[in-house]
Design a protein around this ligand. Structure first.
Ligand code: ADP
Ligand code: MG
Length: 330
């Protein structure tokens, strides 16, 4: 099974940032409101994610690191209208097969905590361990037993950059969750957990400030429109060039950060038609639609989605942004 898990790890775990993503998404699925992320050497030496979520009972720890033992899907119906972020039951076993791994937890109603060590896929015994309510997952020495994978890891700065970029994208979508990051023993970043916007929307202007900076927050144009079962809200702006971050294009479909060429094209086209030709817009956009009209199971890492009605989505995004941009220009 270790070999199967290591092969699966090839799809799920590319680098420390993928470990952070899987662990933080699990924490969110468990209802965490506060998540601490401790990193060493860009996450290569250590990724530790500690949450205050519902926790795992001692007897279920071995299950959590076993293949396809997700607790999140009860039926095929669930699979179609999946609300949680993770649902394949292969992240923990995959990660544990290519690292020195510890899962420690205490349930909200449990009277003691417990821990389980997994070393390169070899599962140890559950042992009692003091732990506050919630879960800690520790991943040390990623790919220590898969040299062919390890040599593809980049410099500490680069790996840290990938982690920070993913966390930024998460922070934008979850202004209700506090995120604290440390790197090599020093506090590196903190996103507050009390920045839910007035309308109950996912991102607030304060969060925009925390993540993308003053320039972006100052110049961004607000977008908000609903119709035909679709809703688009967020911000669009000219890119701010004095930032180290990536392309500043954040798209969320039903709260999930995704890349989608169809939607990206619609945004770019509206931006070009109203404002600037030949320049990429910066944006933070949330698209909400009936989950049954979008397939999130396209890729194991879940960065991609497939819309049942691609044309409709494209036109809705284009028209919404075209109108919003034209109005601010007028
Ligand atoms: P999936 O998220 O697809 O279910 P994972 O391998 O990521 O699969 O996790 C396996 C299981 O372990 C989850 O279904 C959940 O029951 C449990 N689990 C993992 N992380 C946590 C956490 N931080 N808090 C509570 N339960 C967790
Ligand atoms: Mg998961």
């Amino acid at each position: 099974d270790t070999l199967i898990n290591q092969i699966a790890a090839g799809e799920v775990v590319e680098r420390p940032a993928s470990v952070v993503k899987e662990l933080v998404e699990n924490a969110l699925d468990a209802g965490a409101r506060r998540i601490e992320i401790d990193l060493e050497e860009g996450g290569i030496r250590l990724v530790r994610v500690r949450d205050d979520g519902g926790g795992i009972p001692p007897e279920e720890l071995p299950l959590a690191v076993s293949r396809h033992a997700t607790s999140k899907i009860a039926s095929l119906d669930d699979l179609e209208a999946v609300a949680t972020l993770g649902f394949r039951g292969e992240a923990l076993p995959s990660i544990a097969s290519v690292s020195r791994f510890v899962l420690a937890s205490r349930r909200f109603d449990g009277d003691h905590g417990a821990a389980l060590h997994v070393d390169g896929g070899r599962i140890g015994e559950v042992a009692p361990k003091a732990h506050p309510q919630g879960t800690t997952v520790e991943v040390r020495d990623l790919f220590y037993n898969v040299p062919a994978r390890r040599k593809f890891l980049r410099a500490e700065r680069t790996e840290l950059g990938h982690i920070e970029e993913w966390l930024r994208s998460l922070a934008l979508a979850r202004p209700d969750v506090e995120l604290r990051v440390s790197h090599n023993g020093r506090p590196a970043r903190r996103y507050r957990g009390d920045l839910v916007s007035e309308g109950g929307g996912p991102a607030s202007t304060d969060r925009l400030l925390e993540t993308l900076g003053e320039e972006f927050a100052k110049h961004a144009m607000r977008v908000e429109h609903a119709g035909a079962g679709l809703r688009l809200h967020g911000w669009i702006a000219q890119p701010v060039y004095n930032r180290a971050s990536a392309d500043q294009q954040y798209l969320y479909v039903n709260g999930r950060a995704v890349r989608d060429r169809n939607v990206a094209h619609a945004v770019k086209q509206a931006f070009a038609d109203v404002l600037f030709h030949g320049r990429q817009p910066a944006y933070v956009l949330f698209l909400e639609l009936d989950p049954r009209t979008v397939d999130v199971n396209v890729h194991p890492a879940k960065h991609e989605v497939r819309f049942r009605e691609q044309r409709l989505v494209h036109d809705f995004v284009y028209r919404t942004l075209h109108a919003a941009l034209a109005e601010t220009r007028a």
